[in-house]
Write a protein of this length. Structure first.
Length: 238
């Protein structure tokens, strides 16, 4: 039986935010690549400027400053897009938890853990910055060790949270009427996180993460189009 879903249906809203969050994440990856490429192009010119400033023409200095300004702008845009992606994923997991708390609620837990990890990093940076004036009296080592400890805690929270989010994506493939490809997108997402932790396989993990994000976008888009057309039969829980 074909069903039509209202625009405020939690599953539709969740998939819509999931799709937008994936799109923002893809833009973040593109900006990271462009920023790294720009920095690589700048390195020889900056080295030349340090060793022999008189060898660099005025035009070269202007071009270098322009490239540096571009890096700053891309960095700001990257930060904004990353925040928007997290916000959209946070909203998406809330709607999906509302739709099926037992099966999909794990995604919201994952996002909350990841946000908590980022919060711990911010706290660590603040502690490190505020402790610098007192480091001469209390010793330099303690704020650094405290910061490293908080970074480890943050990394664990973010990794666990990301894996839980990937498990939620896998389970979307089990929801009747949604694209079953979500299962593979979730598997690749989790595999990318795990491989990213293994020395020498970081690039493989990054590629898998990028592919999984593309798949999440595609499968969310396909599922939304199917639902809007009234196609498929949905097994609604809770």
């Amino acid at each position: 039986m074909s069903l039509e879903y209202p625009a405020d249906d939690p599953l539709m809203r969740g998939l819509s935010d999931l799709k937008t969050g994936a799109l923002f994440s893809l833009l973040v990856n593109v900006l990271v690549f462009l920023t790294m490429l720009t920095l690589l192009v700048m390195v020889p010119h900056m080295a030349m400027l340090e060793t022999g400033p008189e060898m660099v023409s005025a035009t070269g200095i202007v071009a270098l400053l322009g490239a540096l300004s571009l890096v700053v702008v891309m960095g700001i845009a990257l930060l904004v897009l990353a925040i928007l992606a997290l916000y959209k994923f946070y909203r998406a997991t809330g709607y999906l938890r509302e739709y099926d708390p037992k099966r999909l609620g794990i995604g919201r837990t994952g996002i909350v853990l990841s946000l908590a990890g980022l919060g711990v990093v911010v706290i660590g940076i603040l502690i490190l910055a505020l402790s610098i004036p007192a480091s001469s009296e209390l010793g330099v080592a303690w704020p650094i060790f405290a910061f490293l400890g908080l970074v480890i805690v943050a990394a664990v929270l973010i990794i666990v949270g990301s894996i839980l989010f990937g498990v939620m994506v896998m389970r979307l493939g089990e929801v009747e009427g949604l694209d079953p490809g979500f299962r593979w997108a979730g598997i690749l997402y989790v595999a990318g996180i795990i491989l990213g932790l293994i020395p020498g396989l970081g690039i493989v993990g990054a590629i898998l993460g990028l592919v999984s994000t593309i798949l999440i976008y595609v499968y969310s888009k396909n599922s939304l189009e199917t639902m809007k057309s009234g196609g498929g039969e949905m097994d609604r829980i809770g």
